[in-house]
Design a protein around this ligand. Structure first.
Ligand code: CU
Length: 456
């Protein structure tokens, strides 16, 4: 299995770590000997891994060599709205966009992907995605494998529907495209050489619609150590890790010398979805095979306590908002670029009550923050959902109370997005815009709205 290269960076005189990414056209062979037109960053498919440490000022020179506008969103990153790479920051063909921000959040497996309004599904499906790993030099060593590409391996899992002539087909179920060509880091039938007793996989669901339930063919127990926004408080022994589109999990797998075991996606538990909706609930796939060497280097034991999450409690919230999700609408409205749906005061802790009214899958991704799931239909979340999250699966007809705090950045002119990360749903309108403003301030006019007023 190819491991994405670490992106080179240069440190500017002011100390900023500067990366470059170029979105470009290419070709990939998903089927033996057959070229499929794909898009990638700095290559034919996917992109290099960006890596930075907490406290660093980073910048990315994003160049668009595609024949149409795109954008690059830093999924899971806490940063100013104007740097977020959403639909208000599209990059024209031939142009370069240079967002810059200070990394200030716990170590985590984040990722980047396009977010142009109405075309996100197509751009991700064609291959534009990459990892953005954050490190925290001040965090204690908790015994996790950490040699990139050796015992600490990023794996983006995606599915595509590839015709015999190589073209990417776009036949859609209600949830979007459910393809049968499942890849790990862009290849089918991937195998990963293992040279250590423990291997850490950073799993990313980079699919546009499909939810995976990862486990091993022999049903062995492994350990989930992190969710979207970083480490869980304690390791969670499990046999399955379920990820909806956009979600991540870090897992540690113990291997015996010489053994081989396949990572599979088993039938996901999507909740009470209606019969007759194709949602991938019955699909199973092999994803990759771990192949251990005859002798393995020793690995440290994973600590019993991984981190102390900062308190983020529903009872500390000063604002509660309701987001009902149905069809392609949030609270009865489709996304409009010129309408601000919520105005949040900087520093506020809020509860967002999110309910999927439908009998089909949705999920919810909130930009700028890492939230906490306070409860699901009043019950405490299961341990894998108790950590820092930026994307959560929404089972049909259940209510998720999410707690989040909007620190640091206020900008009345530029909205963040909240949306379903089933990308067809997002493109068709299941998205809303919120701005974070200074306390007492109001949202400014956004481009084309013809309404609202500017703050003083
Ligand atoms: Cu949806």
């Amino acid at each position: 299995m190819p491991v994405p290269p670490l992106a080179p960076s240069a440190v500017a005189p002011d100390g900023t770590r500067v990366f470059s990414l170029t979105a470009q056209e290419g070709t990939t062979q998903f089927l033996d000997g057959v070229d499929t037109p794909t898009w990638g960053f700095d290559g034919d498919l996917l992109g290099p891994t960006l890596r930075a440490s907490r406290g660093e000022q980073v910048a990315v020179q994003v160049r668009n060599e595609l024949p149409e506008p795109t954008s690059v969103h830093w999924h899971g990153m806490h940063l100013p709205a104007a740097m977020d790479g959403g639909p208000h920051q599209e990059v024209e063909p031939g142009a370069t966009w240079r967002p810059t921000w200070r990394v200030d959040q716990p170590a985590a497996t984040l990722w980047y992907h396009p977010h142009p309004h109405g075309r996100t599904e197509e751009h991700v499906y064609k291959g534009l995605a990459g990892f953005f790993l954050l490190d925290d030099p001040d965090a204690p060593d908790v015994g996790l494998p950490q040699e990139y590409g050796v015992d600490d391996v990023p794996v983006v899992v995606q599915d595509r529907d590839v015709a015999a002539d190589g073209t990417l087909t776009t036949e859609r179920a209600e949830v979007g495209i459910l393809g049968s060509v499942v890849t790990a880091n862009g290849v089918r039938g991937a195998h990963v050489p293992v040279t250590t007793e423990h291997v850490r996989l950073r799993l990313l669901n980079g699919s546009t619609a499909r939810t995976y339930a990862f486990g091993f063919a022999d049903d062995r127990t492994f350990t989930q150590v992190a969710s979207d926004g970083g480490l869980l408080e304690a390791p969670v022994p499990t046999t399955r890790v379920q990820l909806s589109p956009g979600e991540r999990a870090e897992v540690v797998v113990a291997m015996a010398p010489g053994e081989r075991v396949r990572l599979r996606s088993f039938r996901p538990d999507l909740g009470r979805i209606a019969a007759g909706f194709a949602a991938g609930a019955n699909d199973e796939f092999d994803v990759l095979e771990l192949r251990a060497a005859a002798t393995l280097e020793p690995s440290p034991e994973v600590a019993g306590a991984l981190t102390a999450l900062e308190p983020l409690r529903a009872e500390d919230a000063t604002v509660t908002r309701t987001f009902t999700v149905s069809g392609r609408e949030i609270n009865g409205r489709r996304m409009a670029m010129d309408r601000i749906d919520a105005t949040v005061e900087r520093g506020a802790t809020e509860v967002w009550e999110v309910r999927n009214l439908d009998l089909v899958p949705h999920n919810l991704h909130v930009h700028d923050v890492q939230f906490r799931v306070a409860d699901i239909d009043g019950e405490a979340p299961p341990p894998p959902l108790a950590g820092a999250k930026d994307t959560v699966y929404l089972e049909p007809q259940r209510t998720y109370r999410l707690v989040m705090r909007f620190d640091d950045y206020a900008d009345p002119d530029t909205p963040y997005m909240v949306h379903c990360h089933l990308l067809l749903h997002e493109d068709e309108g299941l998205m809303a815009q919120f701005v974070v403003v200074e306390p007492g301030d109001e949202a400014a006019r956004v481009p084309g709205s013809g309404a609202g007023h500017h703050h003083g």
